[in-house]
Design a protein around this ligand. Sequence first.
Ligand code: PLP
Length: 407
Amino acid sequence: MQTMPIIRKDDFPILQKVIYGKYPLVYLDNAATTQKPRQVVEAMTEEYYNVNANVHRGVHFLSQQATELHEASRETVRRFLNARSTSEIVFTRGTTESINLVASCFGQAFMKEGDEVILSEMEHHSNIVSWQLLQARKGIRLRIVPITDDGQLKMEEYEKFFNERTRIVSITHVSNVLGTVNPVKDIIRIAHEHSVPVLIDGAQSTPHMTVDVQGLDCDFFAFSGHKIYGPTGIGVLYGKEEWLERIPPYMGGGEMIKSVSFEKTTFNELPYKFEAGTPDYIASTGLAKALDYVTSIGFDAIEAHEKDLTSYALQRLMEVEGMKIYGPHDQKTAAVISFQVGNIHHLDMGTLLDRLGIAVRTGHHCAEPLMRRLGIEGTCRASFALYNTREDIDALVEGIQRIKKMF
Ligand code: PLP
């Protein structure tokens, strides 16, 4: 059965590219970054050509127009996450910066030597190293929730980690390697029973499912624009107002101050307290356009389409002799499949697939501790987006079969 993509591939000019004489490009590296629709790129170009001026400070026409656009984008993000107020939406450079902000500022305010943060074995380096930097500064302890062999969090172990030194939980919503969708609602409920706040790394969930931060009741939530069809260099930290009020600023500079003297500086109100320097107001417009794009298609349609692709891919990949798939082999997987074929090195597989016009990612996927847990150095990873089709998966499987014959 052939499926239609749920959107027109020609919204994405890059997908029309011929690579090594192969057409069309089969782009299956969406967990690393997604391609951008014309609507996003054109809105950003339009702003540069017709509106560009620094935001917040100017009394002149263009500055006011740019400010209105930037703040309207914040409102779009608020709606997208169902946050209570735009005060809770901090623009950052991406998930990494958002997590570093929380580790650094929450750590400064609320953690001292011997205090503990709970992470998991499937975290991206961003959600490990940020805490290790705090560990080096303050001597905090990292507690790591183990996973099962099929890539699920051991929830009974998680519950056992809470004690009087637990200060925060920081866990990914969806694994960028295994595609596991973590039971974040339970994770948050259990943490709150112990009066411990939770940061959710939403880099890999926001492109694929509805996120409702009030429904989840998370305390912090981080995501990146470029993984959800938006521009690079912009992301979001959602934080409950009561937490953002209580933690100190991250960086100092313009925008984040109320008044400055050499004796005493006071800080701006939320969310500007966390936004030092000129913000990327062009990227915020691009991000808002990307969120509008996704919202106009709707997550019901996106989820149905991507679930179909994922289960079709799992079924087709399993036809390949010597195929090993890491993580849950069922529909719980969120559009990410990591695999290894016999003893063909993942780098060889990825390089040869590339020559066939198929882009996948190879390596440790910024999750070296997870690789160690799985006893491997790396995998090939195929990850899907709303513009992918079953034909893309057929091309991947045919490509793998061809490469297998060469070995
Ligand atoms: N967390 C997860 C689960 C990711 O997959 C990624 C990127 O791959 C990140 C964090 C870091 O995102 P960024 O590089 O956009 O800051």
